[in-house]
Structures are given as C-alpha cells and as structure tokens.
Design a protein around this ligand. Sequence first.
Ligand code: SME
Length: 156
Amino acid sequence: MANITKSLLNQQLDALLTDEHDLIANLANASALLKQSVPDLNWAGFYLYHPDEDELLLGPFQGNVACVHIKPGRGVCGTALTSQQVQVVPNVHAFVDHIACDSASNAELVIPLTKDGIQIGVMDLDSPTLNRFSSDDVTELTAFAQVLLRHLDITA
Ligand code: SME
C-alpha cells in the first residue's frame, strides 16, 4: 500500500467512528472502508469472539459469503486469536489448516483485536494476490486496528 494512503486511511477511520458507539455499525463501516480503500482485496471484515461458545463468529464484512464459526486455534483467524499474534500469510495454500471460505483468496492478513485484556475477535483481510501484504501494509493495518480499538466501547 502506498504511503499516501497511510495517514489518510486511518484519519478517515478516526473521523468515521468519532461519536459513534455501536459495535456492529462501527465494524460495518470499518470493513467497508478497508474494502474500498485497500487495493487488491477480495474480502475484508471481522470475526467476533464469543466466550460462551468459545468460538469466533462471523461479524460485519465486505466480500463473498464466508464461514460462520471458527474455533480458537483453527485456521488463520483462530491462530491469530489463540496466539494473539498478527498472522501474515503470503500463500494460504501453504498454510496448514487454512480455512478456505472464498476460492479467490491467495494471501491473508489477520490482526487480533484485544482491548484491556478482553478478546474482541480478529480483523481479517484476504487478497487474490500471492505475497500481497508487505511489512508496510502490516504496520499500516495494525495501526488501523488500533484506531478501531480506541473507538470501541468494550466492557467486561
Ligand atoms: N481463511 C480464514 C477463514 C475466514 S475467511 O478467509 C473469510 C481462516 O483460515 O481462518
């Protein structure tokens, strides 16, 4: 992603979420902003962690229909949740246990969303292009997730 979008994207998110407090509305707008602003994505959205069921459940997204339930530790999303580490996958076909929701996906970036020790879920971006996500992209999109988290009113 070019530097020109760097601060602009996160400024846009900040402006979009200012004074808005509904979780679903904010994630819906964040997914739309990602899909319309980040080049070369076929899917962008969120899985939300539900502690009672101990699973990730499909949240707001832009893209093709997707898997609804993902267990912690499974797939790229479940791995990001369990490890609490950003997962950058240059080639999803080489990722053991990748969950194929959209056959167009070839690369994936998943960022865990945790605030004040509470696991909210993960942000998931899929691209049809192998090696799509550079370290600059990871830095930028991790910052995007931080802006998002700042705006989410989450209480235990
Ligand atoms: N590929 C993900 C599943 C979600 S979709 O990409 C939208 C995974 O392996 O966890």
